[in-house]
Design a protein around this ligand. Structure first.
Ligand SMILES: [Zn+2]
Length: 479
């Protein structure tokens, strides 16, 4: 028994010693949280502004600006508005504002000024203000991720704000780019012609501005029947030339405003010298230039030799653009690119009382017929008068038959201008105007395709079937 107790005590002692060497039981520790991933950054606005719209077509038919470029990229500020080149014509590139991004709530910025109109524009207004103010870009999405969670899960991803596109700014209106063509106020009847779409090139100057031929009626000596019968001439729809003798008109000052008023109808006032002497005289010619400028506000470009005298052919080039004469019933017409001297333009002088069919019977397809007529009755001793009914009927026939019925300077400038442009030119040509060539004269051209420019300005297509190009420019390019 003792032995058992001793063992038992010993066991107890051993047991007591073992337990007193262990720590207290605190339980199993929790896992650490994994909140480190937190919220994701929000996605910024992502609506780049669209490219600005190019300038609109100028009021006189100029080609508008080119299309703006694509707007800015996400998150940047808006693009710059368009600007026009000083010469006008091409509208500026308006760059649209970009959408805002996450942290950059920037809208499109204001477009810059459109620019000014082209120098060649008739009515081409300068460019208007360019781009409009871009709207505010999207509000950037602030990252809204959740805070790191304590424990196992992090916050949910933040949602980015959606950007709003900046408003693209518009380019200014393009400056007018149509050439000023004082000699081309009349157009052939056909319309709706499509712009050539083939290969760039094929430059061709149309004969007689695209008409069947040309007819220039010229009326000399400011005779008594001219103003009383003017309304019938005007009613034909054609244009013509008055060859005024200054010294004869100066004694009838009441007629001056009547002749001057016809300018607004497209008629031409030109020089028949001041004194109407047969012998060529530069001083007399110069005196009439001054007289016509003073009383009518015009520069007379063409003259008609008094009595069709040949002596004026050598005087005229010193001052004038061209001279009419010789005259008669057997005078030829003028052909495109022919070698007729511009200071000896041949004129048909009808016999007194010539019929309308006699007059119109001298028209020739593809040619230029020039007439000299002094008046419509015998008042004041008018030389070889032709009744107004006959003249107006023949002019009406010219118009209805598709002839370019226009004053002698306007047609002559076209004829000379065509000769200045090489017939073998295809994609470009240059030329120099001769002395005393009138300003604002043009020719009409066609192409096989491409775009027509003059000094970098795009020339608009005219759906009558041509481009009207300026002779003053001295250059044309098809590309
Ligand atoms: Zn005369």
């Amino acid at each position: 028994l003792y032995s058992k107790q001793l063992i038992s005590v010993t066991a107890l002692l051993l047991s007591t010693a073992a337990c007193s060497s262990n720590p207290p039981d605190n339980g199993i520790g929790g896992s650490s949280g994994t909140g480190a991933s937190g919220g994701q950054t929000g996605t910024g606005g992502s609506h780049p502004g669209s490219g600005g719209t190019g300038g609109t077509t100028g009021t006189t038919g100029g080609t508008g600006g080119t299309t703006g470029t694509t707007g800015g990229t996400t998150g940047t500020t808006g693009g710059t508005g368009g600007s026009l080149p000083a010469s006008g014509g091409s509208a500026g590139k308006a760059t649209g504002g970009a959408g805002g991004s996450g942290a950059v709530p920037a809208g499109g910025t204001t477009g810059t000024t459109g620019g000014t109109g082209g120098a060649l524009a008739t009515g081409g207004a300068g460019g208007t203000t360019g781009g409009t103010v871009g709207t505010t870009g999207g509000t950037g999405g602030a990252p809204m991720g959740g805070a790191g969670g304590s424990g196992a899960s992090g916050g949910s991803a933040g949602t980015g704000g959606s950007g709003t596109a900046g408003m693209p700014s518009s380019g200014g209106s393009g400056g007018g780019t149509a050439a000023t063509c004082d000699n081309l106020s009349l157009a052939p009847g056909k319309t709706g012609m499509a712009k050539p779409s083939g290969a760039a090139g094929g430059l061709k100057v149309l004969d007689w501005a695209g008409f069947t031929g040309a007819v220039s009626y010229t009326f000399d000596d400011n005779t008594p029947s001219q103003m009383p019968d003017y309304s019938q001439l005007k009613a034909t729809g054609g244009h013509f030339t008055w060859f005024v003798v200054g010294s004869w008109l100066s004694s009838s000052t009441s007629l001056i405003p009547q002749y001057k008023a016809t300018l607004a109808d497209g008629q031409e006032i030109a020089s028949h010298t001041y004194s109407h002497n047969s012998a060529g005289s530069q001083s007399d010619l110069q005196q009439n230039e001054t007289y016509l400028t003073t009383n009518f506000g015009v520069t007379a470009n063409s003259m008609a030799a008094p009595n069709c005298d040949a002596s004026w052919a050598s005087v005229a080039p010193n001052i004038m653009f061209q001279n009419r004469g010789p005259c008669g019933t057997s005078q030829p017409t003028v052909s495109p690119r022919d070698s007729t001297s511009p200071f000896q333009l041949p004129a048909y002088l009808p016999d007194a009382g010539a019929s309308a069919t006699t007059l119109s019977g001298t028209y020739q397809t593809g040619k230029w017929r020039i007439f000299v007529i002094h008046g419509f009755d015998s008042q004041g001793g008018t030389y070889q008068p032709v009744p107004i009914a006959n003249v107006s009927a023949a002019m009406t026939t010219a118009v209805s038959s598709g002839y370019w019925t226009e004053g002698i300077t306007n047609v002559g400038a076209y004829w000379q201008g065509q000769k200045l442009i090489s017939a073998s030119a295809t994609t470009n040509a240059t030329w120099t105007l001769p002395a005393h060539f009138p300003k604002n004269m043009c020719v009409r051209i066609t192409t096989s395709g491409g775009n027509v420019t003059q000094k970098g300005v795009t020339i608009p297509w005219d759906d009558h079937g041509y481009y009207q190009i300026s002779l003053d420019a001295g250059e044309v390019t098809i590309q």
